[in-house]
Design a binder for this molecule. Sequence first.
Ligand SMILES: C[S@@+](CC[C@H](N)C(=O)[O-])C[C@H]1O[C@@H](n2cnc3c(N)ncnc32)[C@H](O)[C@@H]1O
Length: 222
Amino acid sequence: METDRTHLDPRLLTAADCVRPGTVAADIGCDHGKLAIHLARRGLNPRIIAADLRPEPLARAAQNLKRAGCEDQVELRLGNGLTVLAPGEARDIVLAGMGAQTILELLEAAPWVKDPQVNLVLVPATKHTLLRLWLARQGFVLDRDIPVRAAGRLYAVMQARYTGEVREPDLAWCIAGQTSGPLAGEYLAGQLVKLRKYCRGVKDPARLEQLEGLLARLEERL
Ligand SMILES: C[S@@+](CC[C@H](N)C(=O)[O-])C[C@H]1O[C@@H](n2cnc3c(N)ncnc32)[C@H](O)[C@@H]1O
């Protein structure tokens, strides 16, 4: 029996739940195209664009879309980040499975996403803290920040919207996220493991003292 290649893990299922019905949706860095297939089957978005930087993943996505009978509902595009979109073309934009640094660089290159109508669904593979910090400094708020477990790892699915209210966020918030729910404690514990590891490489005593204070403050929440 052929395995269901369109099965979504909880990370992408949660991301799909953050995509609003009725908008043109884009999945940037679509790879296998599973999220786009799920959105097509869900049938709530009038247009779906799935894009990737490299031809090989895009060919894989094309194959999976065909197999799922969704090839007419999803437009595939080859290119770097949001350059595949005309400004404003998509209002729900998913960037999942890339590192936070890549995600923020792709967003920086597309200033048109600084529009309150645009819904960003971001699932960084690494450096969640950095992405929260960047979003706050750029004037985005997080409407949702959901910890999810997939393939034995904890991820955060972030739904961000531009308000223009630039702020310097509390670092504790950037680390812990707006976490509540069943995985919140585990998520924080995982983030603290990373912070402790980071602290081991900090040489500046003043900085280290500051970070250890932050660690102690966050450990009290566990
Ligand atoms: C690990 S896969 C993630 C696939 C899927 N979004 C997920 O979360 O399961 C990352 C994908 O992003 C693509 N990618 C990396 N940098 C990109 C860029 N600058 N623009 C578009 N796609 C990119 C890669 O080619 C790869 O297919």
